[in-house]
Design a protein around this ligand. Structure first.
Ligand code: COA
Length: 194
């Protein structure tokens, strides 16, 4: 879908090897029109109204991440800044054409790395129990799910599972210790995880 703004989603198969590889960065105000299009592609049944995206952008700022190659927005993630060590991942979406290429995972890993570096020790999210791909992704990243489904959590018939990831403290390295990879405690392998 074409959209105004600095980037658009022209409806062709992206991840073209001739393009720059997609990179993760913080969203900017100029991304918002294209983000609205992306969100409508990712969540066609219930896209966010523009004003909701706008307000998430204002409140979450550096935690509103996009993945793009300078031309096309492929995906986005919104997380809340840590408060009392806890954050929520509010939304994660990747355009349909490029799902299954690891982009959703990359957005999650980067967000978790960032949240941990800012002192988060717990990250929560909710997911539709029938959303197998998302539940699998979060499980592989180490999120655990409550046994009970929260009936009507997001309104009538919109049940959700609550999933939680505990992040270890970011202890300052001992003198002389080489720095470790910031995402080392997030399971970024495709088949691992609890
Ligand atoms: C959920 C979503 C963000 C995942 O993004 P993605 O780029 O397709 O995901 P990835 O390629 O990184 O793969 C993530 C997981 O999906 C699963 N997966 C990948 N390809 C799959 C396929 N063809 N069929 C089923 N599951 C698949 C894998 O379990 C993978 O986890 P792993 O890497 O730990 O094995 C994306 O599918 C999407 O936007 N869906 C619509 C919006 C949505 O449901 N958002 C989540 C709301 S909670």
């Amino acid at each position: 879908m074409n959209s105004p703004g600095t980037t658009g989603n022209p409806g062709q198969m992206p991840l073209d090897p001739d393009r720059m590889p997609p990179c993760i960065r913080s969203a900017t105000e100029n991304d918002l029109p294209a983000l609205a299009s992306l969100d409508a592609e990712a969540f066609p049944e219930e896209p966010y109204p523009f004003f909701v995206l706008r307000q998430y952008f204002d409140v979450c700022r550096g935690h509103f991440l996009v993945l793009d190659d300078g031309h096309i927005l492929y995906g986005y993630l919104i997380a809340t800044p840590p408060a009392d060590g806890r954050s929520w991942v509010l939304s994660l979406g990747v355009i349909p054409d490029v799902r299954g290429h690891g982009l959703g995972r990359r957005l999650m890993v980067e967000s978790l790395r960032q949240l941990r570096s800012e002192g988060a020790h717990e990250v929560r999210l909710t997911v539709d129990p029938d959303n197998d791909r998302a539940v699998s992704l979060y499980g592989h990243l180490g999120f655990t799910q409550e046994e009970d489904v929260h009936k009507d959590y997001l309104g009538l018939g919109k049940h959700r599972i609550l999933m939680t990831l505990k992040l270890p403290d970011t202890a300052p390295p001992a003198p002389g210790t080489p720095p470790s990879a910031p995402s080392a405690t997030v399971n970024s392998g495709r088949t691992g995880g609890p």
